[in-house]
Design a binder for this molecule. Structure first.
Ligand SMILES: *Cc1c(COP(=O)(O)O)cnc(C)c1O
Length: 482
């Protein structure tokens, strides 16, 4: 993708694949979109797919699969134990990550449950560059706590730092000094840091983190769910790595990690997950939980078909043309929105285009969930479903007080190889229209608020009739068009 230049110039990301299976989309009229978002309690998780035109909620389990993945799925060996499918996956993990022990799990958070149960004692601290929702929930469920040590630049939404997901080594040293290495369950580095805009860490930073961990005897765990994006950015942005193959960078990252876990809903473009390590001690500690929570050790809750797809998907992740499609489409969208003055997270990261809601709707107080309101508004404006990544995605503290997020983002995920560039242009167009009409957007308030992971099921209502007014403005500007 990156090697093709257009004669007339312009930086247009060219797809290095063709589309052979398609799914028809439906774009309901704006009046229906207002109704649908109300029915969904202004929570985009609760919208029905039949009401959605562009589903940019997540990249989880919705990346396009390749012909080779589908072909492999037909040859899956369905046996409870001793499955050849498992052997193929285990061998691929060994080949790519050079880790001896592999434990299968049904998805990323299942790995987190097992790591938390196996390694987090009450009162223990997990140091991380930045938390992820399900990771934090599992650690706190075991009465542990999470300390975020991302570099200060990581929380600066407008930056030109190439590696905003880096861990601050100084903060790590201070934390260890303050609490003692023995009270730190593990250090967790999250590739393609999800909640701060899919921002990568550098290989150099990982080396430095690993050195500290090694000096203090602390386990280093890599959350590799978004590894594909991080690999691309290391190769693209880190001078020392520009001549390394993706496979080589992966190997080095793996050598630096004591444990790697991943959601195969993202990494490998299928559905599943797993953990791998070279430590027999850690392996044995975690293994019993797999049989208890996931399934037998040769499938861990996954279907054999998905396991075959992961095996092929992991191999395809080593192909630069495959992993650069997402980041390049995202960069295109970020660039176009920036040209129109829309506040977006920069530099462009992986995972999706992140709109800075705090600035987009700076008239909405954080207590009325600006990112959630913007997500609802964009659905009304274009049938585009994004995800709130702001205060709604946080949890209240023990006293029941709202914990305001550091950043209020609307994430527009770019599942790999799913959208065409004209669809991306459509999404850009609707975001720009919304930006010009942003003063019409107002806040939201909870009507149903679950205690844990409230962003999944919570229901909210608009603080006024702003959504009806926004739809009326849409009609005025677009006539009888959808
Ligand atoms: C999605 C994700 C997870 C959780 O994986 P699931 O398969 O959705 O359970 C963990 N970590 C990161 C960084 C993720 O993006």
């Amino acid at each position: 993708m990156s090697k093709v230049k257009f004669y007339h110039g312009g930086n247009i990301p060219l797809e290095m694949h063709k589309v052979r299976i398609v799914q028809k989309l439906n774009l309901p009229p704006v009046e229906r979109r207002v109704e649908a978002i109300k029915e969904a309690g202004n929570n985009t998780f609760l919208l029905k797919n039949s009401d959605i035109f562009m589903d940019m909620l997540t990249d989880s389990g919705v990346n396009a699969m390749s012909d080779n993945q589908l072909a492999a799925m037909m040859q899956a060996d369905d046996s409870y134990a001793g499955s050849e499918t498992f052997t193929r996956l285990e061998n691929k993990i060994r080949e790519i990550f050079d880790k001896r022990f592999f434990l299968p799990a049904h998805q990323g958070r299942a790995c987190e449950n097992i790591l938390a149960q196996g390694l987090v004692k009450p009162g223990a601290i997990v140091a991380t560059n930045y938390h992820f929702t399900t990771t934090k929930a599992h650690i706190t469920l075991q009465s542990g706590s999470v300390e975020e040590l991302v570099i200060d630049e990581g929380l600066n939404v407008n930056s030109n730092h190439p590696f905003k997901g880096n861990m601050d080594i100084e903060k790590l040293n201070v934390l260890i000094e303050k609490h003692g290495a023995e009270n730190i369950a593990f250090v967790r580095l999250e590739a393609g840091t999800n909640l701060i805009g899919g921002q990568p860490f550098s290989l150099q930073n990982m080396r430095e983190v690993q050195k500290v961990c090694k000096d203090f005897g602390i386990i280093l765990i890599l959350d590799a769910s978004l590894l594909a994006d991080n690999l691309y950015f290391i190769k693209e942005r880190e001078e020392a790595c520009k001549d390394m193959s993706i496979r080589k960078i992966t190997r080095i990252m793996s050598e630096l990690s004591d444990v790697i876990y991943f959601s195969a809903r993202k990494l490998g473009c299928a559905r599943g997950g797993g953990l791998c390590t070279n430590s027999e001690e850690i392996y044995l500690k975690l293994r019993e939980y797999i049989t208890l929570y996931e399934g037998f050790l040769t499938y861990g809750g996954m279907s054999v078909r998905e396991m075959e797809a992961i095996t092929v998907g992991l191999e395809e992740t080593m192909d630069e043309d495959m992993i650069n499609q997402g980041p390049r489409f995202i960069a295109y969208m970020v660039e176009k929105l920036q040209e129109k003055g829309v506040p977006v997270v920069t530099p462009a990261g992986g995972l999706g285009c992140h709109i800075d809601a705090m600035s987009f709707v700076d008239h909405i107080p954080q207590s009325q969930y600006p990112a959630g309101a913007l997500a609802a508004a964009l659905y009304i404006a274009g049938g585009v479903r994004g995800m709130e990544r702001g205060t709604i995605s946080e949890q209240r503290d023990e006293q029941g007080n709202e914990v305001f997020a550091n950043v209020e983002l609307l994430r527009l995920a770019m599942p790999r190889r799913v959208f065409t560039l004209s669809q991306v242009e459509y999404a850009i167009d609707r975001v720009v229209w919304l930006y010009e009409n942003r003063k019409l957007i107002e806040g939201l308030t909870f009507v149903e608020e679950p205690k844990v992971l409230r962003f999944f099921f919570g229901k909210l209502t608009a603080v006024s009739d702003w959504q009806t007014r926004l739809a009326a403005k849409f009609r005025e500007d677009f006539g009888d068009s959808l």
